[in-house]
Design a protein around this ligand. Structure first.
Ligand SMILES: NC(=O)c1ccc[n+]([C@@H]2O[C@H](COP(=O)([O-])OP(=O)(O)OC[C@H]3O[C@@H](n4cnc5c(N)ncnc54)[C@H](OP(=O)(O)O)[C@@H]3O)[C@@H](O)[C@H]2O)c1
Length: 240
């Protein structure tokens, strides 16, 4: 078992689904105890069952008071993982700018609230992983400009906080296309068509599985000399 994660308390925002749930499972497999945080109690309970047990807390990461209340139920946080995020998209010409800018609040203010509330509970050996995404490096022209700016900002936040919060380590994960419920907004047919189109363009001919990103997050948590890093797990997608 990983000596850094064995017996560690790991809190995962966005832990009820997809990449966050896979990260929680990977941390558990390395001996950690996990707390899953999300907005939907029923999803959290199902996710906790799926990984053989976890604490849960309901909070919207964009709601400062709800985030603070979630941490008030905890006594120690060794590692914090932020995967919470929804797919807020739309072309600027056709959209309400404030609706698009909600992505900035969720992805920048959200981690800031969570880190601020977690810090008093974190030991100097602790670490944080934030979630960026391929959009930070590869524009699509398909209504993802504001969310791209938000995730690029996440990378800057991680690098900068790695110096500011030292010796607590701060890293970011940048997934490419990964098969998770994030894409349920498209409906089954459009989702299948999108995945087929993306897969055809990727060097490996397929999109990613959440466990592949979850394992990479567990690596970032459990490797004590990896800091201020943005780890891309995108099948090479940012270059094609
Ligand atoms: N899948 C991909 O291809 C991909 C690629 C690049 C980056 N990412 C990023 O990776 C992260 C995880 O995505 P995923 O694919 O695993 O999506 P997912 O399966 O939809 O999971 C998102 C998780 O975040 C929670 N969540 C969403 N908004 C939240 C909020 N405001 N406050 C608290 N919890 C919130 C969701 O639960 P509730 O809805 O119940 O709150 C859920 O647990 C996201 O930030 C996403 O943008 C994903």
């Amino acid at each position: 078992m990983n000596p850094i994660l064995r017996g560690a308390q790991v809190v995962v925002f966005g832990g009820s689904s997809g990449i966050g749930l896979a990260a929680a499972a990977a941390a558990k497999a390395r001996g950690a105890e996990v707390t899953l945080v999300g907005r939907t109690a029923s999803k959290l309970e199902a996710a906790a069952r799926a990984i053989g047990g976890a604490r849960t807390a309901v909070a919207d990461i964009g709601d400062r008071h709800a985030v603070e209340a979630a941490f008030q139920t905890m006594t120690r946080v060794d590692h914090l993982v932020v995967c919470a995020g929804s797919f807020i998209t739309g072309k600027l010409a056709d959209s309400d700018p404030d609706q698009l800018l909600a992505a900035l609040h969720e992805r920048i203010a959200g981690p800031v609230y969570a880190i601020k509330a977690a810090l008093p509970l974190m030991p100097s050996t602790g670490s944080i992983v934030l979630t960026s995404g391929q959009l930070a490096d590869r524009p699509t022209g398909q209504g993802t400009s504001v969310i791209a700016a938000a995730v690029r900002g996440v990378e800057a936040l991680a690098r900068s906080l790695a110096l500011e919060l030292r010796p607590i380590r701060v890293n970011a994960i940048s997934p490419g296309f990964v098969d998770t419920p994030l894409f349920d907004v498209f409906g089954p047919e459009d989702r299948a068509a999108l995945f087929a189109q993306v897969s055809a363009g990727l060097p490996g001919g397929r999109i990613g599985h959440p466990t592949e990103v979850g394992e990479a997050i567990a690596f970032l948590l459990g490797n004590g000399y990896t800091n201020a890093e943005v780890l891309h797990v995108d099948g090479g997608g940012r270059f094609v």
